[in-house]
Design a protein around this ligand. Structure first.
Ligand code: C2E
Ligand code: MG
Ligand code: MG
Length: 730
């Protein structure tokens, strides 16, 4: 029973539901059959409002879903179409779309046709975005940037804020550029779109201004025609049927999706520091690798060079190595006097044959080892061939070099004897003393040839020993070093003295001054003449030391004589080598007279005629400066060099010192006298003083006087004498 009544109830229920189901099927069939398609034109660059689905390429988004829901409520099937016009206003004129969206309010179409808009589908919040947090002028004075395709919104905003300046740009990138360039104060856009756009890493410094917000309606529009109005009325019914919850759900659905997709430029921007750092690291690594490779190559080359430059048996330099080293040393030390010895073992072949090759090799190694004990960094040893050694020695100018040769040669000679064998090693050495030319035009092979010639002389004439290739050079070298090395000590210990040769006025018989001349009583060489040592000191650039010593001594003597009431004047010699750019000679003299309390006229400065010709400019400047300071300048040895009369016009000196030596030279003395008489007349006519030096007899003195030259210096009157003697006369 129970089951019968239950079945009856079920049947009743089914009969009630059936008509409803039939109605629904009919309605669905009716909508399928009569359902109109609504063509909605929308932009597709407004993610998440309207955009293309990546997979289906369909237009989707909050706006699309809202519109679809409303349209379906109104009995439409929606077909979204991407608008191809530049602006929504233009799209309104395209009859292919039934409606266009989104609009905030009704606006005229591009052709000026009035439009009608639907009810609001959704309240869309609009936000202002700026670069960083920036204080903004009020809305009515704001310059904002917007997308060109949002012309409709722009118009609504213009109605809302008439003072706002709106600039339209094609793309979001252009909008951002305008903001960054300061063309606009802010960008204006739908907040939903911002939430999408601002995910782009390159826009990380753009900031949403939360306070600057307003909402704009989200409506569909079409031309204001009877059909358009009817369509909008029907759509409005669908909109009205759209519940608020549904609207929120649609918005939430899209805003909670991760829609932004990184493109290549986004990755580049996002990882720019990693990329830059990585790039730098790679560059650094490459640099290190290249540098390492370079160092390896240099090391390799250096190794190769060493191999080529070194004799593998003895460790001495090979011929190439020796050549290079000698060139280096001569260039680096042009001031060191050197000699080059070429040594060979006379009976080496016999040693090899009788004691074996190994014994021969040991002997060669021993020789190099012994020589190295005596050689300094500035010296070198090389093995140009089998039993030949070349050595560049420092020439010390005394017996030391020969001692050095003996220090090496003696143990080598006794090498086998000390091992209890009978073989005596015989060494023949040739020595070449380097000349100044060898330093300026370095030719190591030529020097080796010379030393070899001298060694051959020993080998051909004697059993062993050494021979100089150029003994005169050796002696001269010894003298140079005796003089130059000894100069400082000689100035200290009184070997060098300053003597005075009085100058007289032959007419009055009075002493008018003296010339200071130095004298050297050398400890080992005895009295040496200035004519000998002055040129050597000039060559080795030591003359300034000597001259400073002489000038100082003269000033001290003058100070002493001033103190004794004997006020005198002395002429000092200034070598052409003293005058150099880096020496202020006039200042030196002025300091001297300041130090010794003298007056300028007590010191006369003699500069040789040749100096004026050699280094004209500098010597002229020095002369002018000395005279400006009040010193008297004399041109020494006029007539002894290649005098140019032209020079008398150019050189501003006070006195010309005429050298009578050329009277005593070869040629007709009468002609010489005539020349001198004219020179004197010429000097006097130029208004210059003249003094004759080298006057040896009364005839010369009378002759000079007869032509108006009364000031004289020479053996006829006085020879140079020590200071204490000079004090006694005049
Ligand atoms: P000088 O400056 O022309 O000096 C004159 C030279 O002629 C001196 O030679 C002097 O002794 C010599 N003499 C003087 N009267 C006669 C004479 O009647 N007959 C002959 N035959 N000779 C006479 P000294 O002292 O040998 O000097 C030679 C040159 O050495 C000097 O020529 C000068 O150029 C230079 N000299 C001498 N002392 C110094 C000095 O302290 N510094 C510099 N830079 N050069 C000096
Ligand atoms: Mg002189
Ligand atoms: Mg002179």
């Amino acid at each position: 029973m129970k089951s019968k009544s239950a079945r009856k109830r079920q049947m009743r229920k089914l009969l009630c539901v059936l008509p409803v189901l039939l109605c629904l099927i009919c309605a669905a069939a009716a909508s399928e059959g009569t359902g109109e398609v609504l063509s909605v034109g929308v932009p597709v660059d407004r993610c998440p409002i309207f955009y293309l689905d990546e997979k289906t390429n369909e237009i989707i988004g909050i706006g699309a879903d809202l519109m679809r829901a409303a349209a379906e409520n109104a009995g439409y099937a929606v077909e979204f179409r991407r608008i191809t016009e530049g602006t929504l206003k233009e799209a309104l004129d395209n009859g292919d779309y039934d409606v266009v969206m989104p609009f905030g309010s009704a606006i005229a179409s591009a052709s000026g046709h009035p439009t009608v808009v639907s009810d609001n589908l959704f309240q869309t919040p609009f936000t202002i975005v700026t670069e960083g947090k920036r204080a903004l002028p009020e809305f009515n004075h704001l310059r904002v940037g917007m997308l060109k395709s949002q012309g409709g919104v722009a118009e609504t905003v213009r109605q809302l804020y008439p003072g706002m300046e709106i600039n339209m740009y094609e793309t979001m990138a252009e909008c951002v550029k305008a903001l960054r360039d300061g063309q606009v104060d802010a960008l204006l856009q739908n907040s939903y779109i911002w939430s999408y756009v601002l995910q782009k890493p390159a826009y990380e410094n753009l900031a949403v201004q939360p306070s600057a917000m307003f909402t704009i309606d989200f409506r569909a529009g079409t031309q204001n025609t009877p059909a358009g109005r009817a369509l909008i009325d029907r759509l409005n019914e669908g909109i009205a049927a759209l519940s608020e919850t549904r609207r929120q759900a649609i918005a939430l659905d899209y805003t909670s999706r991760r829609l932004y997709r990184y493109d290549f430029s986004d990755y580049l921007f996002q990882y720019r520091w990693v990329l830059v750092t990585g790039g730098l690291l790679i560059a650094l690594l490459l640099l290190v690798l290249i540098q390492k490779q370079r160092m390896n190559r240099i090391r390799q080359e250096e190794k190769m060079r060493q191999l080529l430059d070194t004799d593998p048996l003895t460790g001495a330099l090979s011929l190439t190595g020796f050549r290079k080293r000698v060139e280096e040393l001569l260039r680096a030390h042009p001031d060191i006097p050197y000699l080059l010895s070429y040594n060979n073992i006379k009976n080496f072949k016999y040693i090899n044959d009788s004691l074996g090759r190994k014994a021969g090799d040991d002997l060669l190694r021993f020789w190099v080892q012994k020589a190295r004990e005596h050689l300094t960094e500035e010296e070198a040893i090389g093995r140009p061939a089998g039993d030949r050694f070349a050595i560049l020695h420092r020439a010390s100018g005394d017996e030391k070099i020969l001692q050095d040769i003996r220090d090496v040669a003696d143990p080598v000679r006794d090498y086998f004897i000390s091992q209890g064998k009978e073989n005596h090693v015989r060494i023949c050495s040739g020595i070449y003393v380097l000349t100044p030319k060898d330093y300026s035009e370095i030719d190591v092979d030529r020097m080796l040839d010379c030393a070899r010639v001298a060694a051959r002389k020993v080998r051909d004439t004697r059993k062993e020993g050494y021979e100089f290739y150029n003994p005169e050079q050796w002696q001269k070298g010894q003298k140079v070093s005796d003089i130059c090395n000894h100069l400082p000590a000689a100035m200290q210990n009184g070997e060098i003295q300053v003597w005075y040769q009085p100058q007289v006025n032959f007419e009055t018989g009075k002493i008018i001054g003296a010339e200071a001349l130095c004298r050297w009583n050398h400890a080992s060489l005895g009295w040496i003449s200035p004519a000998e040592f002055i040129p050597l000191l000039e060559e080795s650039d030591l003359i300034f030391d000597l001259d400073c010593f002489v000038w100082e001594t003269v000033c001290r003597d003058l100070q002493k004589w001033n103190g004794q009431g004997m006020r005198r004047s002395v002429s000092v010699n200034l070598s052409r080598r003293d005058i150099r750019e880096d020496r202020n000679i006039p200042e030196k003299f002025s300091e001297l007279i300041r130090t010794y309390g003298l007056s300028q006229d007590q010191l006369r400065i003699e500069i040789t005629e040749t100096a004026f010709a050699e280094n004209a400019n500098l010597v002229l400047q020095t002369t002018v400066r000395l005279r400006e300071m009040g010193f008297l300048v004399e041109m020494d040895d006029f007539g002894s060099g290649y005098s140019s009369l032209h020079m008398l016009k150019e050189v501003p000196v006070d006195r010309i010192k005429l050298d009578l030596h050329f009277l005593s030279g070869s040629g007709d003395p009468e002609k010489g006298r005539i020349i001198i008489s004219y020179i004197i007349q010429m000097i006097r006519s130029l208004g210059l003083h003249v003094i004759a030096e080298g006057v040896e007899n009364i005839t010369q003195a009378d002759f000079l006087l007869s032509y108006g030259c009364s000031e004289m210096q020479g053996f006829y009157f006085h020879k140079p004498m020590p200071a204490d003697e000079y004090e006694q006369i005049g």
